[in-house]
Design a binder for this molecule. Structure first.
Ligand code: URA
Ligand code: SF4
Length: 221
């Protein structure tokens, strides 16, 4: 199967998936959207009300803000693949639970594997935790890039959090403004083409000693 066929297969699987209780409240699952060969992948938390209605990621208020953030980074939505750590809406937009994250990871892992993005932007702490572990504080690492298994992982605050907490808004705007620099750096490291990562399983949770602040490892410059 080629990449497009695999992404379509994932979409068909999540449409009928009953691997966690979130399927009970699902109207439409939201597999994710974007080019199959995207260099940049954005990973949010889970569908909200509007996403559950439409089956598309980030179509509500947070999505509108995300479009602005992407614009400030010279990116269009059609340049990036956008998805979530859980593909069905948590009731009332509650936090996804560990067993739901675990059950849904097979789909996201497959998407990461076939799209093979060189840059992953995590939106919010659940998506961040997948790559940086549960003990990393988003307030310490937001806007910073870290290489995890050949990819660049950049943790950002969730756009919805920034909408609810005005103090975060300028932070998330300036964090996104750094994205072009990070992409440029990965482009030049990869000779302008999408890198074939050296590790065949690039999506394992990155284990590290989180007892110390990771800041020193995070700057690539
Ligand atoms: N918030 C998310 O995390 N994902 C969406 O798709 C929409 C809102
Ligand atoms: Fe399946 Fe993921 Fe939906 Fe749970 S959230 S039912 S694991 S697709």
């Amino acid at each position: 199967m080629n990449t497009i066929e695999i992404l379509n297969e994932v979409a068909s699987q999540v449409a009928v998936c009953k691997n966690c209780i979130l399927h009970h409240s699902r109207n439409k699952s939201v597999p994710g959207d974007g080019p199959h060969n995207a260099k940049v992948m954005l990973i949010g938390e889970g569908p909200g009300f509007h996403e559950n209605q439409q089956g598309k990621p980030f179509v509500g208020a947070a999505g509108k803000f995300l479009d602005e953030l992407l614009g400030s980074a010279d990116l269009k939505r059609s340049d990036v693949f956008i998805t979530n750590v859980v593909k069905c809406r948590p009731p009332g937009n509650r936090d996804p639970q560990p067993e739901e994250l675990e059950a849904c990871a097979i789909y996201l892992n497959r998407q990461i594997e076939v799209i093979n993005p060189m840059v992953i932007v995590t939106l919010g702490r659940f998506s961040m935790a997948k790559f940086l572990g549960n003990n990393v504080k988003i307030s310490l690492v937001h806007g910073q890039a870290k290489k995890v298994k050949g990819r660049m992982i950049i943790a950002m605050y969730h756009p919805a959090a920034a909408l609810h907490q005005p103090s975060l808004k300028s932070t998330v705007i300036s964090d996104f403004a750094m994205l072009p620099e990070f992409i440029k750096q990965m482009d030049s490291e990869n000779g302008g083409s999408k890198k074939k990562v050296t590790h065949p399983l690039p999506v394992e949770i990155f284990e590290e000693d989180n007892s110390k602040p990771p800041a020193s490892q995070l700057s690539l410059f």
